[in-house]
Write a protein that binds this ligand. Sequence first.
Ligand code: HEM
Ligand code: PLO
Length: 442
Amino acid sequence: MMGSHTVILVNHHRHAKEVLLKKGKIFAGRPRTVTTDLLTREGKDIAFADYSATSRFHRKVVHGALCMFGEGSATIEKIICQEALTLCDILGESRSASLDLSPELTRAVTNVVCSLCFNSSYRRGDPEFEAMLQYSQGIVDTVAKDSLVDIFPWLQIFPNADLRLLRQCVSVRDKLLQKKYDEHKADYSDHVQRDLLDALLRAKRSAENNNTAEITTETVALSDDHVLMTVGDVFGAGVETTTTVLKWAIAYLIHHPQVQKRIQEELDSVVGGDRPPQLSDRGSLPYLEATIREVLRIRPVAPLLIPHVAQTDTSIGEFTVRKGARIVINLWSLHHDETEWKNPDLFDPSRFLDKEGTGLCIPSPSYLPFGAGVRVCLGEMLAKMEIFLFLSWILQRYTLTMSRGQPLPSLEGKFGVVLQPAKYKVNAMPRAGWENSQLQAC
Ligand code: HEM
Ligand code: PLO
């Protein structure tokens, strides 16, 4: 029991798959908590919304919009490459001095998701971007981390520094979202769909006019709050998750220079030095892909996923589960299970390669970095494209090392709604032939 709630912790992949896949709809609910209610205006988003016609409709609209920019679409690749180019230029300007990459990575990733959501981007030093960095960290530090107030909601009547910070950050975020929304409404046209916000506006109008020709299944009325919270979810998820993976990947590459070297050798032989890497190279760079898989295994972004809720009386394995019970999938435990993974605490990308070392594999069923089933992550494709392109662009040109006299990055992580690495600094040494490069986007 956590407060008045039954919480079931699932530690084995067989049970996790029963919850997420076999009984996916039964376990598709989400709990209402004080902090997520504050963030999402009582669950008017996707991720923290209970399973309902509205949240299913949201998922569908967002999925459709992301597919429009998805794999195979030149638009998204162009946007990511443009940001990768700017990022590489900044690394070049650092002249191998130690640099906290975090704000630069965040800006690159934010600009990709900003283009998708709002058809806009941020320049270095943009005050709106600085404000976003601050409010987003404040939210990550305070939302949905099983804090006491989420377990005993009545505690919110007492002064609480975390809740105060969360309220303040959410209010800054909401102003930013509202501004984007007002701008979009002002020059919206049914005939052009510039971004996700346009797609949501269109779905909202279409539902209001009951124009079901466009939407084949359920069409649900969407309030302004629903549109705002949903775009806020995608924007927030889009920024915090991908940035976190890139930071973990770089921390591990600094700890394991031999892995970095092998990725660079693979890049040299497949891509060479005359052109930047592109999405179509992904299939020919198995070691880089295996490294990304290993980073997602050893440091899962959401080590406890988002809690699920049983919508009816049911069971998991031989255990009876009552309607309303909260289910926490312990992805950390799945990804570090010693009976499934040899030396699970060892960073070893080659575990994702086949015997010949040339093809990719998933060596254990105990691996679900994006969840599975009806609540599976909506941004998996986008995140994988970004991680691949950002890492391959950086490693083609630079070798990342620790600054002299600095400790190695901590691999411990700070637990919250996402598992973030601690701050660290890196040196980006240009590789032979890339010392004075003027780079071109793809
Ligand atoms: C949900 C992982 C990137 C949007 C989730 C969940 C996980 C996850 C584990 C929860 C699944 C569950 O509760 O069963 C990741 C990882 C990412 C990533 C590892 C990066 C490597 C993204 C991106 C976006 C996104 C880039 C946005 C475009 C969402 C949304 C949900 C979600 C909207 C909620 C789905 C729902 O509740 O129906 N993600 N995610 N994610 N993710 Fe991601
Ligand atoms: C990140 C901070 C933002 O300011 C708000 C936000 C919205 C959606 C959340 C995201 C935060 C954290 C990561 C989450 C995402 C929805 C799905 C994703 C929880 C809190 C994951 C990994 O499950």
